[in-house]
Design a protein around this ligand. Structure first.
Ligand SMILES: NC(=O)c1ccc[n+]([C@@H]2O[C@H](COP(=O)([O-])OP(=O)(O)OC[C@H]3O[C@@H](n4cnc5c(N)ncnc54)[C@H](O)[C@@H]3O)[C@@H](O)[C@H]2O)c1
Length: 249
């Protein structure tokens, strides 16, 4: 990818799954990667893998739903590496159950991680990008946010909200040379999906035209592309990576 060498990129949720795969790729592309995760040990382990492969990375233990914690971690990253060039909002969480069985406590947790998380990171980081006149944001949403997903009503609402937020911010900040694009994973072989149980996974495999769920390695190429110079005229877009499960005109 063009233009990624030496770029300072913060990624949330890089201790596991899709975020870990994206982090490793960004390290290979020559980015200085800041891995923000609730699981600080896991974030450090991913950073260590990047360093072992010759790249530059640091892990930071941070809860993305806590605005002050996010602001402190961004300040720590910027003092380690310099101003943030790119942000990947990837951390996410859900507990699947019918909406009528959910309670307020679950709603608050799902909204705090999946909606407030990206809002916090964007609010803290986009101010600096705007002042400097450039930056890239990739938001990891979900096909649930485009077409809905039974058992994931509040999560799907957050993911749909993230798509609308990205489009709005891409309009507000286009003249500042800041792009925001959204990647929507379909069902993916990570701990988040494993929690749903083998029966559901088998049903999803039958539903996907390519007859398999995604692997975390299916995402880093597109995310790197959106962060690269090759994508400088692309903003406000939403792309599904789901083996043909979701097709939009
Ligand atoms: N796996 C799927 O089938 C699937 C499908 C659609 C969308 N997604 C989305 O892809 C993204 C990555 O999911 P994954 O499957 O790799 O999940 P995962 O559970 O493997 O990894 C998520 C990471 O986010 C971190 N995290 C959770 N809450 C956090 C918080 N409050 N602060 C900081 N870090 C936190 C976790 O510690 C973990 O390392 C999520 O946004 C998810 O919603 C996943």
């Amino acid at each position: 990818m063009r233009g990624l060498q030496g770029k300072n990129v913060i990624l949330t949720g890089g201790a596991s799954g899709i975020g870990q795969a994206i982090s490793l790729r960004l390290g290979e592309e020559g980015c200085n990667v800041g891995i923000f995760d609730l699981n600080g040990e896991g974030a450090n382990a991913t950073a260590e893998k990047i360093r072992a492969a010759g790249g530059t990375a640091n892990g930071y233990a941070v809860d993305v739903s806590d605005y002050d914690a996010v602001a402190s971690a961004v300040a720590a990253f910027e003092s380690d590496c310099g101003p943030v060039d790119g942000l990947v909002n990837n951390a996410g969480w859900d507990k699947s159950m019918p909406f009528l069985d959910t309670d307020l406590e679950l709603w608050h947790k799902v909204v705090a991680i999946n909606m407030y998380g990206p809002l916090n990171l964007c609010h803290v980081i986009l101010k600096g990008m705007s002042e400097r006149g450039g930056g890239r944001v990739v938001n990891i949403s979900s096909d649930a946010g485009r077409v809905g997903s039974s058992g994931e009503a509040v999560y799907a609402a957050c993911k749909g909200g993230l798509i609308a937020f990205s489009k709005t911010m891409s309009r507000e900040l286009a003249r500042k040379n800041i792009t925001l694009n959204t990647v929507c994973p379909g069902p993916t072989n990570t701990p988040l999906l494993a929690e749903q149980g083998p029966k559901l996974v088998a049903a999803l495999e039958r539903a996907v035209p390519m007859r398999r769920v995604a692997e975390p390695e299916d995402y880093p190429g597109l995310v790197s592309f959106f962060l690269s110079d090759d994508a400088s005229y692309i903003t406000g877009q939403t792309i599904s990576v789901s083996g043909g499960l979701t097709m939009h005109g």
